[in-house]
Design a protein around this ligand. Structure first.
Ligand code: PA5
Length: 411
């Protein structure tokens, strides 16, 4: 795989155990690609995304650039994390003159939103509100707040500055958007929040920030082609999925997604959401958590090396490329030192029998990012299906929402 490499001694050390899953992986692969399983619209989407959707996203992104220098993306969970992960990961890559993209509605902090409002008060702003259901409380609250800001600043023309991304057929947000003439994008009913990054949900904010979304899609398309085989021996994504399952059965209940650079951190948060919300059901599931290196080598690193052996680690590194800084230690640049640290962690974990995977993004990074997004979505779905878990629902999340709404009515 040229756009994302995956290494682990487990691929050879556990070959016999992996091979036992050959038939079940083939069966689940066929199911995933059959279009019979609900919420699997994302599986073929990198190759079926309509050209007119891509053109419209690019056109609207260009419109945003004409009228604004800041776009506030409002959403929570799968409706913002993928876009934020990509905007952060790509932040040092070349891009067209873009618009600053900031995120609201993903928390309920009064102070956070007050500060954000202050920061954008002199900017020319557009809003992009993203909610598949159209009724998520955190999103609605922030949308009301920023809509008021637009009304005060732009009067009646505030409507021209709102993009709504929501279910293609129904929901309160769609209704409001239609009544008020906001610009609307539909989310395929067969694609859920945490599998929606490669749809308009992620692509629009990424395009507004000035990145070439066709390159991102082409990376995902490469992943689609490479991973569209039911033959387990030829499919590293499925082998990783099988190994997660095997490790869980061995008592490795926690997966540390460790990232080698701060701008990869939100990507690990996206992974955390993808795996936890998909797999944490029926009293099963590996608990994913995000670890930031190098700082966490001086904290969680101790646990991963010598603590209770419930963890395995998936370390994520970026291409090292040219150094931007003259800084050096023992004649090594930051990039060289970072690679040495990654090598060291990869080696000592093996020596200490902590299972480890090493995921390396490649150049060009935009394509590699698209590849990785698709790779992990597919691995996650396969891992769930192998355990008889529905990867696409979130009944536990609905429980808190119902109780919150009950309390709201009581007030
Ligand atoms: O993956 C999911 O389905 C969730 O994380 C949702 O994305 C999240 O709850 C937000 O939902 P909505 O887009 O309906 O506002």
């Amino acid at each position: 795989m040229s756009l994302l490499s995956v290494e682990s001694p487990l691929f050879s050390n556990k070959r016999d155990e992996i091979n036992k899953f050959t038939a079940s992986v083939a069966k689940e692969h066929q199911l995933l690609h059959s279009r019979e399983l609900p919420m699997t619209g994302w599986v073929d989407y990198p190759v079926t995304i309509p050209a007119e959707v891509v053109s419209r996203i690019k056109e609207e992104a260009a419109n945003v650039r004409q009228i604004a220098n800041t776009m506030v993306v409002i959403g929570i969970g799968g409706s913002f994390l993928g876009a934020k992960a990509c905007c952060d990961l790509l932040r040092y890559e070349p891009r067209e003159d873009g618009v600053k993209v900031v995120f609201a509605g993903w928390n309920l902090s009064d102070e956070y939103h007050a500060e954000l409002l202050r920061q954008i008060s002199d900017d020319d702003v557009v809003l992009c509100v993203v909610s598949k259901s159209g009724s998520t409380v955190e999103t609605s609250m922030a949308f009301n707040l920023f809509k008021d800001h637009l009304m005060r600043k732009y009067g009646e023309s505030y409507r021209d500055r709102i993009y709504a991304i929501t279910d293609e057929k129904e929901g309160l947000l769609r209704l409001e958007a239609e009544e008020n003439g906001y610009k609307l994008f539909g989310i395929d009913e067969n694609i859920g929040g945490r599998y929606s990054i490669l749809t308009v949900v992620g692509l629009f904010p990424i395009a507004v920030q000035g990145y070439d979304i066709e390159k991102l899609i082409s990376g995902a398309r490469r992943a689609y082609n490479d991973l569209n085989t039911e033959i387990l021996a030829d499919n590293l994504c499925y082998q990783y999925a099988v190994l997660r399952h095997i490790l869980f059965e061995e008592g490795r209940y926690v997966e540390a997604f460790s990232v080698m650079a701060p701008h990869l951190y939100v990507f690990s948060e996206w992974l955390k959401q993808l795996f936890a919300e998909s797999e944490g059901k029926n009293k099963r599931g590996v608990l994913p958590f995000s670890v930031r290196y190098s700082t966490d080598l001086h904290s969680v690193g101790q646990f991963l090396e010598e603590g209770h052996p419930i963890c395995f680690e998936s370390i994520l590194e970026l291409p090292y490329g040219h150094s931007r800084l003259p800084a050096s230690y023992e004649n090594k640049t930051y990039k060289e030192l970072s690679k040495i640290v990654c090598d060291a962690v990869y080696k000592v974990r093996q020596e200490n029998n902590t299972p480890i995977f090493r995921f390396s993004f490649k150049e060009p990074l935009v394509e590699s990012c698209g590849y990785a997004l698709y790779f992990f979505e597919k691995a996650c779905a396969m891992c769930c299906l192998l355990q008889g878990i529905d990867p696409f629902d979130q009944p536990g999340v609905e429980i808190y929402k119902a109780e919150m709404l009950r309390l709201l009515k009581e007030e």
